[in-house]
Design a protein around this ligand. Structure first.
Ligand SMILES: Cc1ncc(COP(=O)(O)O)c(C=O)c1O
Length: 341
């Protein structure tokens, strides 16, 4: 396996990359929550990647924005929910790299008052042009790219619909998998890795495990379901893994059938806290002093708790929960987290 680890590292190091994140992130052994839930649990702290409150996108932007720069881009475009962590981390990365960032947040339930990620993106100096709830984000991103091009700018579009950026984001999580293997030791891989994922994060972990011949099961808990325009089918997620394999020059047999990505923990809808998610946040916070957010990581951890309760994850199993961040949104959802008495 060490030869494959070396090969993957070389291939990853051969790709254009800018340095944005504090890496490797810690892998915290969590004895108290392990005792409560049964398996042995570690939390991989990608909430601690460091840039403007951190999160999984900081790690991904190292490859995505290096590609943008290599292609001669002078600005980047992203559209999402008003409380988008992706947008906030892009705004921070753009500031650090001297790339203008154009954001198209939805005028949704969380855009007023200005709080959380929306507030931070604003402070980071991104150009923010809110769009209507019913508008297509993909279309508005394309329109803005065309407008900027006509003005002589060189825009690079990231996120939903921008497949190259999603494949490069996948590469970043092959690197994260190597960090996990490093921290636990090559002979002690986990039985499971749970994470919150719409696609790229999960695809990278899965490709890394496949390349190393690990039998670790990857479970992605999706924060949104098929009703949402940003939802990606298992087939698309497998496609990110295949795209990343191609970039890294490794073979893969990953297909949609290998992707375990659950929409069972979305609750009412994307962007609305769920009872199980809030309970999961309180469980990890009280047992370990680790904060989750109600929209992404809280629902992800709720998935892990449910797998433990149903006995699918068994006592004694070794489980890594990869914390993807999202913490600035905590303050936007205060009223849901601590209802008025
Ligand atoms: C906190 C958090 N977790 C998970 C995700 C999903 O990441 P990916 O699309 O790489 O799976 C996001 C996306 O913005 C996020 O903000």
């Amino acid at each position: 396996m060490s030869d494959t680890v070396r090969l993957l590292r070389e291939r990853i190091d051969g790709l254009p990359r800018v340095r944005l994140a504090h890496l490797p992130t810690p892998l915290d052994a969590c004895a108290r929550v392990s005792a409560q839930l049964g398996p042995t649990i570690w939390v991989k702290r990608d909430d601690c990647t460091g840039l403007a409150f951190g999160g999984n996108k900081v790690r991904q932007h190292e490859f995505v924005l290096a590609d943008a720069i290599a292609q001669g881009a002078d600005c980047v475009i992203q559209g999402s929910a008003s409380q988008s962590n992706h947008s906030r981390q892009l705004a921070a990365a753009g500031a650090k790299l001297g790339l203008d960032v154009f954001l198209l947040p939805k005028l949704d339930a969380m855009s007023d008052p200005v709080q959380g990620n929306y507030l931070v993106s604003n402070l980071l100096g991104a150009s923010i042009e809110p769009i209507g709830m019913q508008e297509s984000t993909k279309l508005r991103k394309e329109e803005l790219a065309a407008k900027l091009l006509a003005q002589g700018r060189r825009p690079y579009v990231v996120g939903m619909g921008a497949t190259r950026s999603l494949v490069l984001a996948t590469v970043a999580y092959v690197a994260a998998l190597l960090e996990i293997v490093d921290a636990l030791g090559p002979d002690n891989p986990p039985d499971w890795i749970f994470t919150t994922s719409q696609g790229s994060t999960q695809a990278g972990l899965q490709l890394g495990c496949e390349a190393l011949g690990l039998s670790t099961k990857i479970v992605g808990i999706n924060p949104l379901d098929a009703r949402h325009e940003a939802y990606q089918q298992p087939e698309e997620i497998a496609g990110f893994a295949r795209g990343a394999a191609q970039l890294l020059g490794v073979t893969t047999a990953i297909t949609a059938a290998d992707i375990v990505n659950s929409t069972d923990y979305v609750g009412e809808s994307y962007g609305v806290p769920s009872e199980a998610g809030i309970a999961a946040m309180r469980t990890l916070a009280a047992a370990e002093g680790i904060l989750l957010d109600p929209i992404y990581s809280g629902k992800g951890f709720a998935g892990l708790i449910d797998f433990c309760r149903r006995g699918v994850v068994e006592p004694g199993d070794r489980v890594v929960f990869l914390h993807t961040g999202g913490l600035p949104a905590l303050f936007s959802y205060a009223a849901d987290l601590v209802p008025a008495r």
